[in-house]
Ligand binder design. Structure first.
Ligand code: ADP
Ligand code: MG
Length: 241
């Protein structure tokens, strides 16, 4: 199945002093797919996501999202265009309820969203993420898995077309991680394309339709999970650390 290219990175590079954290990376995210970016610690995965969401400016290269050049756009304008982002470190407001947290999150969504629309989006997201029964619960009282659902829900409240996830499964037990996998699949079924970074290989295997492997800032392999898992360069990258 080939579908339209949603996000295209061409020769994207980011340096921190003398360190080239992301080195001439070109890749595509296709409409409707679930793409994993994997690689050893320090490979440049999070930096790549930060470049895509606009948190860092690129040193060179360009990025197109939905037919528009976004290379120079600030993060909020990328979010308005449909780039959504969930973080590994979850920081909800602990005294506020789940619903209140999501309403606050929704403010970072599209500009000029009416309160009525914001409420409707929050209710839809509560349902999709299975957080409806917890809507009135203070965020500080959630379990770790519920925290992850809330973080995903917060990103979804910005109504992303492409959702970026950076190790959102971190800390979950295997059974919980598989529940989170089901949630991501559900999110995709609702029409959202997903780019995720993950170090838990069972999660990558269960979720990714395509895998991009990074090492020392560069893309060293790309393909289906079973293909990249067999790749000699990939095996060396993981064994070498
Ligand atoms: P990954 O997410 O694959 O583990 P990162 O993208 O976090 O890797 O980091 C890639 C490299 O860039 C690492 O060597 C890291 O130390 C460095 N790095 C990341 N962020 C910064 C920063 N803000 N300032 C300086 N160096 C950084
Ligand atoms: Mg990282």
């Amino acid at each position: 199945m080939s579908s339209a290219v949603m996000l295209q990175l061409s020769g994207v590079t980011k340096r921190f002093g003398g360190l080239v954290a992301v080195n001439n990376v070109s890749l595509e995210v296709r409409q409707g797919e679930i793409l994993a970016v994997i690689g050893p610690n320090g490979a440049g995965k999070s930096t790549l996501l930060n470049l895509i969401s606009g948190l860092y400016p690129t040193d060179s290269g360009s990025m197109r999202f939905l037919e528009a050049d976004i290379t120079l756009l600030p993060p909020e304008q990328r979010a308005w265009r449909g780039l959504g982002r969930a973080f590994q470190i979850v920081q909800p407001f602990p005294e506020m309820t789940v619903r209140e947290n999501l309403l606050v999150g929704g403010i970072y969504g599209k500009p000029r969203t009416s309160m009525k629309t914001a409420h409707k989006v929050v209710e839809d997201v509560l349902r999709l993420t299975g957080l409806e029964p917890k809507a009135e619960t203070p965020a500080g009282e959630l379990t770790l898995l519920e925290d992850k659902r809330l973080e995903m829900a917060r990103a979804l409240c910005t109504q992303p077309k492409l959702l970026l996830l950076d190790e959102v499964m971190a800390g979950l037990r295997p059974a919980e991680a598989m529940e989170a996998v089901e949630l991501v699949k559900k999110v995709r079924s609702s029409g959202v394309t997903v780019l995720f970074i993950e170090h838990l290989m069972p999660v990558v295997r269960a979720l990714a339709e395509r895998v991009v492997v990074m090492d020392y800032g560069q893309v060293i392999a790309e393909g289906r999970y079973d293909e990249v898992a067999q790749n000699a360069k990939v095996r060396e990258a993981y064994l070498g650390r």
